[in-house]
Design a protein around this ligand. Sequence first.
Ligand code: ADP
Length: 253
Amino acid sequence: DFDVSLPQLSNDELGELSHSIQTLANDLNRMKSERNEFLASVAHELSTPLTYIIGYSKVAMRDELDKQEREKYLAIIAEESNRLKVLVKNLLDLAKMDENSFTVTKERFPIKPFLEKLYSLVVPSYELKNIRLTLECKNDFEVEADPTRLEQIILNLLDNALKYSKENGQVILQAFQNEHKTIIKVIDAGIGIAQEEANRIFEKLYRVEKSRSREFGGSGLGLAIVKELVDAHDGTIHVESELGKGSTFTISI
Ligand code: ADP
């Protein structure tokens, strides 16, 4: 025999229970609408490049085009396909992170040669845009992190700093130790982010000024991935920014 009677609850306890159930129901509803919103954004992000690809492939097939014109349309198709590829890769990365099925394997390694390597990797793309990149790392010290993940974090930030820099701008990659933490800063003098937007840029698919994002490229997933990777290191990331003046992203791990 089962006893299915509920324990005797006082009115206070019943009130508390009903309050908890209500809170849970609200949370579930919020999660549901967030998920729907996310799916709608993903569908939108996927359909925009597809529209270009379909449209331009029809144009590129026209008989009357000369070689140069055809190449121009094929280049757009290639670029949009690449945009799709990056988007899908980022989505898969995020899905893995949500499942906790990606691993962070920490090791201790000296920061200076690590940053110097990243510096020489990105400096050519900076030079192409006439943006000066400076590495500031006075003392070498050891950092405990997953080198592949930390590289992904910093490359993402440097990529954004370049993308949102103004002509002849300058970007600083800085690293130092504070108590037992490693602080890494990426400082740019670019277009900046308004205060009310700054809190939201780490959300998935959030982009400031959606209309301008085609000009800059990107998927609005980079910083969401960065945030997940920093969290997986039990670290923190924050941004200080002023519209028109520039942004500073600070990681502490
Ligand atoms: P995206 O791929 O669009 O760059 P991110 O997730 O990397 O996506 O960034 C989200 C949004 O935050 C960007 O669309 C951009 O508006 C803003 N942002 C990110 N980094 C910077 C920066 N260094 N300066 C100005 N705006 C930035």
